[in-house]
Design a protein around this ligand. Structure first.
Ligand code: F6R
Ligand code: MG
Ligand code: MG
Length: 380
């Protein structure tokens, strides 16, 4: 059967700053998802959070960009905002809902969307990642490692289905255009673009041998929609695994050495992407509103439904003592970067600060700047 996995997320308010959603927000979302399962709109759904973002994972047969499925996510986020977050005066209530103009597609309105449509294999493992305090380009290093680096993914060398490589659809988030690049043939061009994660982000990965979709990522840049700083985009990513795709262990090993990503504190800092357990409640951000973190949920898709370790409950893939090592490295990187205070590269570069208050500081100081010759004559 043809199945679609839709992962849609939004930050519509949280408790104790930009920390985590209130339990009532999550239970409201669970009720909406259960109603949609009963009505047959979706086959199955799961609700979780990554830091202050609510994440809806839904499976159905309606294809990508389906108005009803997007509508379900939109009304869920809207109702949670109005019925729970605002009455409780939660912090940043409705933060990511940037427009009321929903007309069938949630893309471009604030929430992040990653969708994969495929013919279900005899056995279909998938991994869904959700990150907080970062941006879509945060997936660039892990996706490069998973689908283009034989140092990470042994299958690229060993498995004939992976050996022909993968195609990356790369978005230019500033110009709103995309290009498809094939690894390994165009690896250096690909790395050339992915090395600028604030501008170029991967939206889709396809297996080259048969163009089967392998991964889908959300690519919303809230600041580019709103024209001002409105919190970070906190992306999601869905990846198909095993039997002709990277093994789950190869997919996870892409996160073992934390990449430095943008979006920490006030969306203006770089920090390590720390892989954490969600079942242990470690998917919350505290130290300097971070550091940025990522959770990994593992399922089988079975007759279009999510099958986890206990009914729909996903495998908590970063809850492996091995990843204590990654967390330790991430904590050390985080502390080290904080010793830099407000200096690049701990703080973002000038161009990426465009949507923060830095331009206001520069604007205020503008009249006091003097041309060098003039300044020299002032000094006599
Ligand atoms: C980052 C984030 C937080 C806030 C910070 C200041 O994505 O959400 O780091 O930017 O807590 O928030 P305000 O300006 O709302 O006090
Ligand atoms: Mg928030
Ligand atoms: Mg967030």
């Amino acid at each position: 059967m043809r199945v679609t996995v839709s992962v849609i997320k939004a930050d519509v308010g949280s408790v104790a700053g930009h920390h985590r959603p209130h339990a009532e927000m999550l239970s409201y979302a669970v009720r909406k998802i259960e109603e949609a399962e009963k009505s047959g709109l979706i086959l199955s759904g799961y609700v979780t959070h990554a830091g202050d973002d609510i994440v809806l994972v839904m499976t159905h047969t309606r294809g990508v960009n389906d108005p009803e499925v997007h509508g379900l996510a939109w009304s869920t986020f809207r109702e949670i905002t109005e019925k729970v977050a605002k009455p409780l005066k939660l912090y940043g209530a409705g933060q990511d809902l940037l427009s009321d103009a929903f007309s069938g597609n949630i893309r471009g309105l604030g929430p992040g969307v990653a969708e994969l449509e495929f013919e279900e294999r005899p056995s279909e493992p998938i991994v869904v990642f959700a990150a907080d305090k970062t941006e879509p380009g945060a997936w660039n290093v892990p996706l490069y490692r998973m689908f283009a680096s034989p140092d990470n993914t042994a299958g690229l060398v060993i498995d004939p289905k992976l050996h022909t490589g993968f195609k990356f659809e790369v978005l230019d988030l500033i110009e709103s255009e995309s290009v498809i690049l094939k690894a390994p043939e165009e690896l250096y061009d690909l790395v050339g673009l992915l090395g600028t994660p604030g501008r170029y982000a991967v939206s889709m990965v396809y297996r080259a041998i048969d163009d089967e979709p392998a991964a889908a990522a959300s690519t919303t840049r809230l600041s580019l929609i709103a024209g001002r700083y409105v919190g970070k985009d906190d992306p999601v990513l869905a990846v198909r695994a095993q039997a002709g795709f990277p093994a789950v262990g190869e997919i996870l090993s892409a996160f073992a050495i934390p990449p430095v990503v943008s979006g920490w504190m006030r969306g203006s800092h770089r920090g390590p992407l720390m892989p954490v357990s969600f079942r242990k409640g470690h998917n919350v951000v505290t130290f300097f509103d971070g550091p940025p973190r990522v959770i990994a949920m593992g399922w089988q898709i079975s007759n279009g439904r999510l099958v986890g370790v206990d009914r729909k409950e996903p495998a908590d893939l970063f809850d492996d003592p091995f990843f204590d090592y990654s967390r330790r490295v991430a904590a050390e990187m985080a502390v080290y970067l904080r010793t830099m205070g407000e200096f690049e590269p701990a703080r973002l570069g000038h161009e990426e600060m465009e949507y923060t208050t830095l331009p206001q500081i520069l604007e205020r100081l503008k009249p006091r700047f003097r041309k060098l010759e003039e300044a020299a004559s002032h000094r006599g």
